[in-house]
Design a protein around this ligand. Structure first.
Ligand SMILES: Nc1ncnc2c1ncn2[C@@H]1O[C@H](COP(=O)(O)OP(=O)(O)OP(=O)(O)O)[C@@H](O)[C@H]1O
Length: 264
């Protein structure tokens, strides 16, 4: 299986005036094409920094980040990003927000085809009938659904998610986990998910990486040995409960090593 995201020997230090803050230390993560890896770790250990490096928004001091075998030298149109706060433009309708990446990346696509493609995705995520509403007319969960559509409307090879469900209530979050599972089956992409929610990591990922406290390095890797077509109930099976207990233990070990604040 080909490697879609390869983080090889990556170290990074922020410089603020005379002060240095080492954040990542010799990090190695390989994610095969079509698979999802979740990254968990103490607050402030460097998870968002990692997403910025993979997105090509900044570059590591040492090591290489490669997507599809090519070193990342700038942001790529084959990458989609989803964040905790769905920043939807209020002066655009929901469907106009979703087509935005197509306007920029797939400018050769006709206006009607862009709309058709976005409408199909909105239907898939249960937002048929809301295409012409403004973002402020939707609930937080609905806005996040629309934002996910915008993240994948251009058929990215890689989807980077930085706590995309963190601001939602527990039930909406579980709904969106199931939505993400279904989207993955319809549209193949490789996922890098940053989360503080261990259940989310086990539900969505094929592999969970626990980072140590800052400067973060790989402390523990868990292969999620659950069926691909997971149900929320799968999280209550003895196997899943055991995995969650292992992850919690690893997070506690990581936190014990000098983390900023509480996590997970
Ligand atoms: N641009 C920057 N310049 C200097 N320091 C930064 C910068 N961005 C982040 N940091 C610092 O680097 C450390 C890691 O930040 P980062 O956001 O990557 O951690 P995180 O693991 O995503 O945190 P959290 O879990 O709380 O979201 C923090 O101490 C943060 O204050």
């Amino acid at each position: 299986m080909s490697i879609a995201i390869d983080i090889a020997g990556v170290s990074h230090t922020y410089q603020k005036g005379q002060q240095s803050l080492p954040v990542l230390n010799d990090l190695n993560i390989s994610i095969p094409a079509g698979k999802f890896t979740a990254v968990v770790g103490p607050s402030g250990c460097g998870k968002s920094t990692l997403t910025r490096l993979v997105a090509g928004l900044m570059f590591p001091d040492q090591g290489t980040v490669s997507l599809g075998g090519e070193p990342v030298k700038s942001p790529r149109s084959t990458v989609g990003m989803a964040f905790q706060n769905p920043v939807l433009l209020e002066w655009r309708t929901i469907i106009q927000n979703v087509v935005l990446p197509l306007e920029i990346i797939k400018s050769d696509m006709t206006y009607n085809n862009r709309l058709k493609h976005a409408a199909k995705l909105l239907e898939l995520v249960g937002l048929k009938g809301f295409e012409h509403k403004r973002p402020s007319e939707l609930s937080g969960g609905m806005r996040q659904r629309a934002s996910l559509c915008r993240s994948i409307v251009h058929d990215p090879d890689v989807l980077i998610m930085d706590e995309p469900f963190g601001a939602l209530d527990a039930f909406t979050r579980e709904d969106l986990w199931q939505l993400m599972r279904d989207l993955r089956q319809k549209q193949s992409f490789t996922g890098l998910l940053i989360t503080h929610d261990l259940r989310e990591s086990v539900f969505l990922a094929d592999q969970v990486i626990v980072l140590s406290s800052r400067p973060a390095t790989t402390q523990f890797v868990l292969d999620v040995d659950l069926p691909e077509d997971r149900k929320i109930d799968s999280l209550y099976t003895p196997k899943a409960v055991e995995m969650l207990a292992t992850l919690r233990e690893q997070i506690e070990i990581a936190q014990g090593r000098n983390s900023d604040t509480e996590a997970a």
